[in-house]
Design a protein around this ligand. Structure first.
Ligand code: NAD
Length: 262
């Protein structure tokens, strides 16, 4: 079955005013991170666009009227370069490796856990003292349906995302009395370079053509037979930063086109 065409970007009609707030978005050079950075900037936030990809971070920062932070999140060294006064943190950077457990490279397993679980911990713990002092803060962790359920060949990614769910809940419990909320967004497959790479990898591992991977593997479980758009995820991040979501904390905002409904 051919996947549906892209849907138009959702309207940015949510009441959200982040003027005077500083928002850090990791993995902001591309895909979901870039869309979130632009959405928070449109709401008035000063955006720090963090990424390993210097050109991409610069391009997003320019488009968001913010500043680039070129950093490799696989080591905590970058923390010294970050300002302390972060009001919104969006932990989004990530990457995927598809391989059966018995062949999964140990170094890659560790790197995925560092970038996708340890770095969110490092950044959150760096930002919380300012958020607590201000009595307001928002931590948005971009998890995945793979934070809730598993798929074969994705041992590191599934482990990191399940861990991120736990980190988010602890952040929610500790932050509540200080006006800080922490939530996960759990998307299904989103139209980004990460997914485009996975289509090629899955085709190789499974020995089937790429168009069959999209229809029969990627979208097989989803009720909505289309990829999500990064802007749809960004709108959820905006909601979580809005006054309307002040009672949302420790939650998993599943946006998966019905992927986990069965
Ligand atoms: P993407 O590949 O388009 O962007 C990821 C960004 O993270 C890139 O700009 C990359 O340079 C950056 N990054 C990777 N390793 C880094 C490192 N060590 N240091 C700094 N930056 C690094 O991917 P995306 O699809 O936009 O994914 C963003 C997040 O959304 C990831 O956490 C991913 O797991 C999650 N997610 C994606 C999908 C999807 O279908 N695309 C679904 C669910 C969850």
């Amino acid at each position: 079955m051919a996947p549906a065409a892209p849907v138009p970007a959702p309207p940015r009609d949510l009441a959200l005013d982040l003027s005077g707030k500083r928002a850090l978005v990791t993995g902001a050079a591309s895909g979901i991170g870039r869309a979130v950075a632009l959405r928070l900037a449109a709401a008035g936030a000063h955006v720090l666009a963090v990424d390993l990809d210097a050109d991409g971070a610069k391009s997003t920062a320019e488009d968001a009227g913010g500043e680039p932070v070129v950093a490799d999140l696989s080591s905590p060294d970058f923390l010294d370069t970050l300002p302390k006064d972060l009001d919104v943190v969006v932990n989004n950077a990530g990457f995927q490796q598809v391989a059966p457990l018995e062949e999964f490279p140990r170094e890659t397993f560790g790197a995925i856990l560092r970038v996708m679980l340890e770095a969110p911990f490092w950044i959150t713990s760096h930002a919380l003292p300012h958020m607590y002092a201000a009595g307001w803060g928002r931590v948005v962790n971009i998890s995945s349906v793979h934070g809730l359920v598993a798929s074969p060949y994705k041992a590191a990614y599934v482990s990191a995302k399940h861990g991120l769910q736990g980190l988010t809940k602890v952040t929610a419990l500790e932050g509540a009395e200080h006006g800080v909320t922490a939530n996960c967004i759990n998307p299904g497959y989103v139209r980004t370079p990460l997914v485009e790479g996975q289509i090629a990898d899955q085709a190789k591992v499974r020995g089937i053509p790429e168009d069959e991977v999209l229809a029969d593997v990627i979208l097989e479980r989803a009720a909505l037979k289309r990829l999500l758009e990064p802007e749809e995820v960004a709108e959820m991040a905006a909601y979580l930063c809005s006054p309307a979501a002040s009672a949302m904390t420790g939650a998993s905002m599943v946006m998966d086109g019905g992927w986990t409904a069965h």
